[in-house]
Design a protein around this ligand. Structure first.
Ligand code: NI
Length: 226
């Protein structure tokens, strides 16, 4: 499932971070690429562990903990510290699948990449090209979101970033290990949770709300790794 999570950061806050990002030092994006993706990756990245990457990464992780749509859709167990990329004219990232396992630098921890996230720090009218294209069994989806919004998609999907023709596309990207490894099971839980939220609002005293909540938790108990 490809999901848009609106306003993870407000437009004002995202724009303030963008000013800092524009003043930062950017290095060749191949520093975090695997062998196959290094051949198709052509962009710039903020150095991993640099003070700005850390400060903004921590802020993103903090807001995600209070973003109900993200929590319901991702059921996160671990989140990789956010990375940042910048595509200028001529930059692109060809078709690839993200590495399945990521070592968190400087720690013994590994993250299995169940979900990939892109949080935008550019508005769509700032650049031409640069669409994120995600392939799934329903076809190819094109993503270009406003500043502060985030795209979330299964890391099992082939995806690419089309060449930039003008302007700059600045974004944060990172991976989530979910308590629910399987995308199909995770999607069922998300749909069930969305239905429960709606019934709880429309008919708060309906006994089905309690019953369905029980079903949700019993499926989670059956399927989750924690
Ligand atoms: Ni990727």
């Amino acid at each position: 499932m490809l999901l848009q999570v609106p306003e993870v950061l407000s437009a004002e806050e995202a724009a303030a971070w963008r000013t800092k990002l524009d003043a930062a030092d950017w290095v060749d994006g191949r520093v975090t690429a695997g062998v196959q993706s290094a051949r198709v990756k052509n962009n710039r990245q903020l150095r991993e562990g640099s003070p700005l990457a850390r400060e903004l990464g921590d802020r993103i992780l903090e807001v995600l903990q209070h973003t109900p749509l993200f929590l319901s859709a991702a059921l996160p167990l671990r989140v990789f510290p956010p990375l940042f990329n910048r595509y200028g004219p001529g930059h692109s990232f060809g078709s690839h699948v993200d590495n399945a396992i990521r070592q968190v630098p400087g720690t013994p921890h590994r993250v299995r990449t169940d979900l990939s996230a892109t949080l935008f720090f550019s508005d769509p009218d700032e650049y031409e090209g640069g669409e994120l294209l995600v392939e799934d069994t329903y076809g190819v989806h094109q993503v270009k979101l406003p500043m502060g919004h985030m795209a979330l998609y299964p890391s099992t999907s082939l995806h690419k970033v089309l060449p930039i023709r003008s302007g700059a596309r600045v974004a944060s990207f990172f991976w989530i290990q979910s308590m629910i490894r399987d995308d199909g099971q995770r999607t069922l839980l998300f749909d069930l949770d969305s239905g429960i939220q709606r019934i709880s609002q429309d008919a708060p005293d309906h006994p089905s709300a309690v019953q369905l909540t029980g079903v949700y938790h019993n499926l989670l108990r059956r399927w989750a790794d924690v």
